[in-house]
Structure formats: structure tokens, C-alpha cells
Design a protein around this ligand. Structure first.
Ligand code: NAP
Length: 253
């Protein structure tokens, strides 16, 4: 029995892109809430592993290039078979490509779609197949964006993929809510990670963005992590198909 409705003790959550940025923030928040994390990605998870160990939280990692959705599915099956059932999946890994729409290349379209949308769907499918076969309950949290609701500029495939994430979150929730699988999303605002390094390096864009954020600061990965804990915990048991903005008020403006 959980100590509080926000407790993740005994839960095992797979987090993609857990080596850095928002994914690392989510992993550490899960650890602080008592859960264990299976970190998945193409880069070393050593930093996250050390931080989880310092919290006394469980952490395992699996190497996987999520550009290949079949490899992503095989990795989830391998992780499930090797170390037991998973209670949650956080589809966090994502990339962005910046170019004017008139010059946008097919490669920049396909690479973003493959990771941000295609692997997110097929990983969710692999996870749900396991849950349904064993009649287990589970949680899926997809990382969307404020560009799931706005157009943005120079990021055509990113905006298309993130609009798609919200649509898929709703569709999967409709199909799986009655089977005890909650599917929800978080729409982060402007968070200090590698993803926004180019924006923050441009003094004019950095100031423009900051001046538009009602909270008066850029977001921190921990801001997203704590919201993810809510969507992974019993507290959100009746929340299905929602996309929660965690954006310092950006979308409210
Ligand atoms: P980030 O620091 O660039 O992290 C992206 C993560 O995705 C990294 O762990 C990265 O691994 C992983 N990844 C990328 N391509 C991969 C691949 N082919 N296979 C496996 N892993 C791969 O950016 P972030 O800001 O934390 O982004 C996390 C999520 O939040 C993304 O979905 C992003 O779209 C979303 N988001 C971010 C913001 C923001 O302001 N930062 C706002 C809205 C939404 P590597 O380190 O190996 O590249």
C-alpha cells in the first residue's frame, strides 16, 4: 500500500533519453518518489546512474538507438524478459531540426518523425502488448511540447511530430483506458537542456522568450520530472488522454 497517492515505491519505469536533460530530470524525480528506473538511450547513462545511486534509487540501463522502432520494441521485450515487468513508460527521447520551411529537407523530416512519433508509438504498443497479455495496469507518459499547440518557426517536422504526440496520446487513452492503462502527456515549455542550447546561445531569442514566460524564468528538468511523477502515480488514476502543460504559463498567455 502506497504511503501517499504520489508514491512510486515498488514501481519500475522505463524512461527513454534518461542520460540528460528532461529525461534525466524525470528519472531523478521517479527516484525521489521511491521508484526504480530503466534508462534507455544511445549515450552513456553513467551520470544518471550515479545520481540515482546517491538517492538510493534503483537504476538499470539499456542501449538502444530509437531511430529504429523495431530495435526499440525488441529492447523493451528484452528488458521485460530479463528484469521483470514494467509499470510505466516515459517516451521522452526526442530531437529537433531547425531550417526555414522552404528549405526543409526530407532527411530532417524523417529523422525527427522516426524518433519523436514513430518509435513513441511502437514502444507504447510493445509495452501495452505486455501489459494486456498479463492483465497488468500501467502508465504511459509522452513528452509533447508547447509546439503541440502552437506553430513555432523553422521547426516543421518537430511541430508536426509534437502535434501528433497529443493526437496519439488521446487515441491510445481511448483504446486502453478501460484496460487499466493510463496514457497522458506533458507539454514542457522552454526548459534549460541541450534541446534549447541554440536558442539560449542567441541573446536576442533568449530574452524574447524569457520576457514572454509569465513565471519569469526558463524551466528546469525537475519541473517536468515532478509532473511526470503525478502522471505515473496512483494520484492520477482517473486522468486519461490529457496533455498537461508545464510551461511557466507560456500557453496561458
Ligand atoms: P536533450 O537534452 O537534447 O535530450 C534528448 C534526449 O533524447 C537525449 O537523451 C538524447 O540522447 C535522446 N535521443 C535523441 N535521439 C535519440 C536516438 N536516436 N536514440 C536514443 N535516444 C535519443 O533535450 P530535452 O530538452 O531533454 O528533450 C527531451 C524531450 O523533451 C524531447 O522529446 C523534447 O522534444 C521535449 N521538449 C523539450 C523542451 C525544452 O525546452 N527543452 C520543450 C518541449 C519539449 P543523446 O544524449 O544520446 O542525444
Amino acid at each position: 500500500m502506497s504511503a501517499t497517492a504520489f508514491d512510486l515505491t515498488g514501481k519500475r519505469i522505463l524512461v527513454t533519453g534518461a542520460n540528460t536533460g528532461i529525461g534525466q530530470g524525470i528519472a531523478l524525480a521517479i527516484g525521489r518518489a521511491g521508484g526504480a528506473v530503466i534508462g534507455v538511450g544511445r549515450s552513456s547513462m553513467a551520470e544518471t546512474e550515479a545520481a540515482m545511486a546517491a538517492l538510493g534509487a534503483g537504476f538499470q540501463s539499456y542501449a538502444c538507438d530509437l531511430a529504429d522502432h523495431r530495435a526499440a520494441q525488441a529492447m523493451l521485450d528484452r528488458a521485460w524478459a530479463a528484469s521483470g515487468p514494467l509499470d510505466g513508460l516515459v517516451n521522452n527521447a526526442g530531437i529537433i531540426r531547425r531550417q526555414d520551411a522552404v528549405d526543409f529537407s526530407e532527411q530532417d523530416w524523417d529523422e525527427v518523425m522516426d524518433i519523436n512519433l514513430k518509435s513513441l508509438f511502437f514502444l507504447s504498443q510493445a509495452f501495452a502488448r505486455r501489459l494486456l497479455a498479463e492483465e497488468r495496469q500501467g502508465r504511459i507518459v509522452n513528452i509533447a511540447s508547447v509546439l503541440s499547440f502552437q506553430g513555432g518557426i523553422r521547426v516543421a517536422s518537430y511541430t508536426a511530430s509534437k502535434h501528433g504526440v497529443v493526437g496519439l496520446t488521446r487515441l491510445l487513452a481511448c483504446e486502453w483506458a478501460a484496460r487499466n492503462i493510463n496514457v497522458n502527456a506533458i507539454a514542457p515549455g522552454y526548459i534549460e537542456t541541450n534541446n534549447t542550447a541554440a536558442l539560449r546561445a542567441d541573446p536576442e531569442r533568449r530574452t524574447q522568450i524569457l520576457n514572454r514566460i509569465p513565471a519569469g524564468r526558463w524551466g528546469d528538468p525537475a519541473d517536468i520530472g515532478d509532473a511526470a511523477v503525478f502522471l505515473l502515480a496512483p494520484a492520477s488514476r482517473y486522468v486519461h488522454g490529457a496533455t498537461l502543460p508545464v510551461d511557466g504559463g507560456w500557453l496561458a498567455r
